[in-house]
Design a protein around this ligand. Structure first.
Ligand code: NI
Length: 255
């Protein structure tokens, strides 16, 4: 079961040809796509796609870039969506100290609130961490019961160690195919039952599509690269990551 666990299918980049994009995904053997709703608008678009096309699920949450938008009614908005069976996870949420689009203190508070809501709703969380490893680990430590996916993982050894100790999942994108990736040791260090694959489309297209628009069909290149590095058959890796995705996101995430 090849599953793209993180795709921004509601992005403007897909507005003109989403049906064709999904046809290519199914043709490439993709069984399911998790459509990320990283803002109220993106979550609404994700749910519209879920209702229009088969084999899609949605997430809902507020990206750290937009943390400043968190308002008094946000709590109700998110808790209602997290009760919706079409919404399989909360996020993406987290901390981004590279762009600092929202003040860091606000990012931490909004991240913490969302983690609380997700745990209360019994839904996993999809985490964006950029140049904020220590604070991501610190905020997560207040939510030991959360099922955590660190998405497009490229963080340092400290967050990796913490994540593995706490039983978090690590999801890898097309970055693992880039010439300058340089972290194959990390890919080999992760137990098979903690691994996920994603595209993060329309961003981070894997080689040989690097620099172009990414799409769910290309998750296969990432899975094949992970399998090569780990020295296992691609079909085995696809089966393992598919089973992990189902364990994290629930039975809805299947063919
Ligand atoms: Ni993303």
């Amino acid at each position: 079961m090849l599953i793209d666990t993180h795709c921004h299918l509601g992005a403007e980049a897909f507005a003109a040809d989403v049906a064709g994009v999904l046809d290519r995904a199914w043709a490439a053997g993709v069984a399911h796509v998790v459509v990320i709703g990283e803002s109220p608008e993106a979550a609404a678009r994700a749910l519209l796609l879920v209702d229009t096309y088969p084999r899609l699920s949605a997430t809902a949450g507020l990206h750290p870039h937009e943390a400043s938008r968190w308002a008094t009614d946000s709590e109700r908005w998110l808790s209602e969506l997290l009760r919706d069976p079409r919404v399989v996870a909360a996020g993406e949420m987290g901390l981004d100290y590279h762009y600092d689009h929202s003040p860091r203190q606000v990012q931490r508070e909004v991240f913490d609130r969302q983690l609380g809501l997700a745990t209360a709703a019994g839904k996993p969380v999809v985490i964006h961490a950029r140049e904020a490893d220590d604070d991501v680990a610190a905020v997560l430590s207040n939510h030991a019961a959360a099922t955590v996916v660190l998405h497009s993982f490229s963080s340092g050894p400290t967050l990796l160690r913490t994540a593995l100790e706490r039983g978090h999942y690590l999801s890898f994108s097309g970055m693992v195919t880039f010439k300058n990736w340089g972290r194959d040791d990390l890919l080999r260090a992760i137990p098979a039952d903690r691994l996920l694959v994603e595209t993060d489309a329309p961003y981070l297209a894997p080689v040989p599509h690097r620099g172009k628009r990414n799409e769910p069909a290309f998750v296969r290149q990432t899975a094949e690269q992970l399998a090569r590095v780990r020295g296992v058959p691609a079909e085995q890796l696809i089966q393992e990551t598919g089973a992990n995705a189902r364990r994290v996101f629930g039975a809805r995430v299947s063919a």
